[in-house]
Design a protein around this ligand. Structure first.
Ligand SMILES: [Fe+2]
Length: 432
């Protein structure tokens, strides 16, 4: 058997395995045993980027008098640096949150392990700062929740070498039961205390009650993102830069029309992107614009009509969305048509929440839909250099990660798409 025949046999076997794959049922919400600890012990520790060379450490204590400082250094147990931060708390009907601490540390060196302790109490944690240059890897999984499948997805993400976690909305599936925000914080702590987690809001973060509660109170209190650092006036949309990549994290549930704050901020933010410094430009939000699943059809149309011309004018390379509990990858597309200078759209709302998979697809598959599969899993975007990135999607095949889709993506900056700055489509970014 020659090499080509061997490859053919392997492909045939792989195809058979994929065809025989039985889609799993949803798994139950995890049971979290009561964990006795002192009221001042930090819990739910997570890390996020907070401007150039800085990270924000967030944690919660039951004790409302616990201090909001972080001690840190590059050797275990030796903290030669200290930062002081801020705190908040909230009430929600009968629930009263713990003290929610947010402390920015830095300036930090890139690609460096730091050891840290929160509020002078409890366990020592360690984190790794992102690199200053390529390569850089993003792990991506939306619609996480806290079920047996969530655990499986998190285990697989933990096994891969990644620098930053991107979460395009729907975090805890607390759905008004505030203690579930706390159990979610505990579930993800092993990962989120070690790498920056950059999130944007989904519909499950809204938790509004007519006349009583505006939406996103719990989310905003617990998951403070670098909106102030990126010139935004809302935690629901912001941007950050890391290792040659500019990322805009948008809000599907914030106003997005042409007269909205989000639109004005996005336009200004995209105008400042320097592709010599950040050759890659990514966007992430919750509700997908290109979706051939029966679930959530058309929900992204309003935002798409307003915002897609801005993203196209700025030559956004890749869009990452969630919401639909399945995986889908598009070809480069703009305004519904194949376009070599449009974005690749990835829907990855398959982290493992309790609602289960979205199994029904539109038939026939649209021409722009390159790959679609209703399984739980996660994605990895490895940006190798200024021109090439390797995207892969890993299905939770029973409990083993199985690379089901993989594609090399070439940056628009290296594809001649930035050349014509006076092109009609770009004027929208320059208009007052
Ligand atoms: Fe959602």
């Amino acid at each position: 058997m020659d090499q080509r025949q061997i490859v053919t046999v392997i492909l045939l076997i792989s195809a058979t395995v994929a065809a025989d794959y039985v889609r799993p049922r949803p798994r139950k919400i995890l049971h979290f045993p009561w964990n006795q600890r002192s009221p001042s012990q930090p819990q739910q520790v997570h890390v996020s980027l907070a401007g150039q060379n800085h990270l924000r450490i967030s944690w919660i204590t039951v004790d409302q008098s616990s201090p909001s400082f972080v001690e840190y250094g590059t050797s275990p147990g030796q903290y030669n640096l200290i930062s002081r931060g801020e705190s908040t708390s909230y009430t929600y009907l009968l629930y009263r949150s713990g003290k929610i601490h947010h402390t920015v540390i830095g300036p930090l060196d890139p690609s460096t392990t730091y050891f840290y302790r929160c509020g002078g109490e409890g366990l020592e944690f360690q984190l790794r700062t992102p690199p200053a240059q390529f390569p850089v890897t993003f792990a991506v999984a939306g619609d996480l929740g806290q079920t047996g499948w969530t655990k499986s997805t998190l285990d697989h993400i933990d096994q891969c070498k990644y620098d930053i976690h991107l979460l395009p909305g729907d975090l805890s599936y607390a759905d008004y039961i505030q203690s579930r925000w706390d159990t979610f914080g505990e579930l993800i702590q092993p990962l989120a205390s070690a790498r920056p987690w950059m999130v944007t809001e989904g519909n499950h973060e809204k938790e509004s009650i007519l006349f009583l509660k505006d939406g996103f109170e719990s989310y905003n209190a617990r998951w403070k993102m670098p909106f102030e650092e990126s010139g935004s006036n809302s935690n629901l949309y912001y941007s950050f830069e890391v290792a040659g990549v500019h990322v805009v994290m948008l809000g599907s549930y914030a106003d997005y029309d042409k007269y909205s704050d989000q639109y004005s901020w996005l336009k200004a933010d995209l105008s400042t992107v320097d592709r010599k410094r950040t050759p890659w430009l990514l966007a992430s939000f919750h509700v997908p614009w290109y979706n051939s699943n029966e679930a959530h059809q058309g929900e992204g149309d309003g935002m798409m009509a307003s915002i897609e011309p801005l993203l196209y004018a700025a030559s956004v390379d890749v869009v990452l969305a969630g919401h639909v509990h399945a995986y889908e990858r598009s070809s480069r597309i703009y305004n519904g048509n194949s376009d070599p200078c449009g974005a690749v759209h990835l829907t990855i709302g398959d982290g493992g929440n309790r609602e289960g998979l979205a199994r029904k697809y539109k038939d026939p598959q649209p021409a722009w839909s390159v790959f679609r599969e209703a399984s739980f899993g996660h994605g990895e975007l490895n940006i190798v250099n200024s021109t090439h990135a390797l995207w892969s999607w890993h299905r939770n095949d029973d409990d083993e990660p199985f690379r089901s889709d993989q594609v090399w993506i070439t940056s628009l900056a290296s594809s001649g798409c930035l050349a014509d700055e006076m092109h009609e489509s770009r004027k929208i970014l320059m208009a007052p």
